[in-house]
Design a protein around this ligand. Sequence first.
Ligand code: ASP
Length: 436
Amino acid sequence: MIKAVKFGGSSLADASQFKKVAGIIKSDPDRKYVVPSAPGKRFQGDTKVTDLLYKCYGEAKVNNDFTETLSLIKSRYDEIIKELGIEMSLDEEFARIKEKLQTEENSDYAASRGEYLNGLVLAEYLGFEFLDSARVIKFDKNGAFLDEETNEALQKALSQMENAVLPGFYGSMPDGSIKTFSRGGSDITGSILARALHADVYENWTDVSGFMAADPRIVEGAKSIDIITYKELRELSYMGASVLHESAIFPVRKEGIPVNIRNTNDPEAEGTLIVESTLHVPEHTLTGIAGKKGFAAVSIDKDMMNSEIGFGRKVLEVFEKNGLSFEHMPSGIDTMTVIVSMEDFISKEHQVIAQLHQAVAPDSIDLEANLSLIAVVGRGMKNGVGIACKVFQALADSGISIKMLDQGSSELSIIVGVEDKHFEDAIKAIYKAFFN
Ligand code: ASP
């Protein structure tokens, strides 16, 4: 078996966390290829090393003195090295970083150093080889990730290595300059590594025991999910559930490699397994519930709209021209509603309304603010009966009115729109109806 393992920032925040990580790696000989994040928060209110690095870059950019911030970063690594009792010094590395920071054009180089340095320390501590991601993770000159080139370069490098530590979050462009993924991007590096290794599993170690069926800040004691499919995860992540970076699924998906979310602070817990598909019958009809606040509904009314060919296209063209992406589009006989992000829409509302009048001459346009969308997701819904009814009943019993409704033909999710003020209560009510 080959396991690609990735450890998040909180799993590598200080020496005691490093020891747990080493314990996990050494307890299983299949765990030979490791992706580390940069040291994260050690306690509430602490600052991630990546954020300190962005700060350094900001200070260097306006010619302010960044030595204090940089020495703060250095002291975090020095402390880890000292407490782990390893013989190594990062003095030269920091001297180089200091010099480069003065000339760097963008923040990616600075931001990437958190993972780079943590990779050096972890490799030394484990006695593993270090593989600089700048050598093997490739971006084109516009910063787009090159998956096939990367896979090839990485496979070639790994074929010479018995074990390796590959820092997360960054790679390089054709001119050699450093390029990072978006924040949280070490998850993507782990997935790329798993693909290149044809790994049996991609273990993503973090500080929670898997993916929860609902946000635990809303539903206290929310259950963790044993098995979830890539598609279900995508629906839930899109709706705001965050454990894994949105794009991390794509490399492993190419090879059908399962992702196992595990907890560094509770290594016995099995966590959540994310798979392509499964025959495993879920314990509950729903896999999870997630949602987002802050949407607006734009309702366009016109008598006989249903017989006017091209009406929908003309309406959507107005949104497109204004750079507004739409989330859902429920429609009636003489009305069509477009749901958009309120934040994006509000600054353009007058021009959009005027352009809609020009485009389709509606009888009226109505706006409704402060809507939340809640996705009720589960592969188990497909063959079930009365699930929508149960969702509606739960909301009705809590006195919550449904503002919008959408069920895709895949029957993987039902989306309900409620007022923002009912967001939390709606999630609690649906959770209670299905999981308790
Ligand atoms: N250290 C980076 C961040 O804070 C990348 C990561 O942790 O995945 O976003």
